[in-house]
Design a protein around this ligand. Structure first.
Ligand code: DQA
Length: 145
């Protein structure tokens, strides 16, 4: 059974109360439940993680090698700043999907730049919490190729 790491970056632990007009009212715990339910439906297994720390996120990515078949990554603001996360994804040679709840391209200019995109097989953004489910479906297709 394919196994995915779903990794969330800084401030995403505050989903539900953080700028709900931008990110919605769904909490990260709700999203995790959605993902574990969807995993059963599509026959994959998921490990869900969140960290506010860049180095801890990198450790999660390194640990995914040989354990998971793909990484779904909402790196939060580190998307726009982190060469280290980009290098970590490139180093583990696992397919990764860049995910955002909001449509980052319809927002401030600084959110249009992503270091992560360069090393990801695709990007899903703008569909709120549903983007997690979309990413799982997309990753399942990618790893079944
Ligand atoms: C985000 C978009 C980022 O620009 C922002 O810094 C976040 C959340 C999203 O899911 O829409 O923290 O990744």
């Amino acid at each position: 059974m394919p196994s995915f790491l779903i990794l969330n970056g800084p401030n995403l632990n505050l989903l539900g109360t953080r700028q709900p007009e931008v990110y919605g009212r769904t909490t990260l715990a709700d999203i995790e439940r959605m993902c574990t339910d969807h995993a059963v439906k599509i026959g994959v297994s998921v490990t869900f993680a969140q960290s506010n720390h860049e180095g801890v996120m990198i450790d999660h990515i390194h640990a995914a090698r040989g354990v998971h078949d793909g990484i779904i990554l909402n790196a939060g603001a580190y998307t726009h700043t982190s060469i280290a996360l980009m290098d970590a994804i490139a180093s583990v040679e696992l397919p990764a999907i860049e995910l955002h709840l909001s449509n980052v391209h319809a927002r401030e200019e600084f959110r249009h730049k992503s270091y992560i995109s360069k090393v990801c097989v695709g990007i899903i953004c703008g569909f709120g919490a549903y983007g997690y489910v979309l990413s799982m479906d997309a990753m399942k297709v990618r790893v079944s190729d």
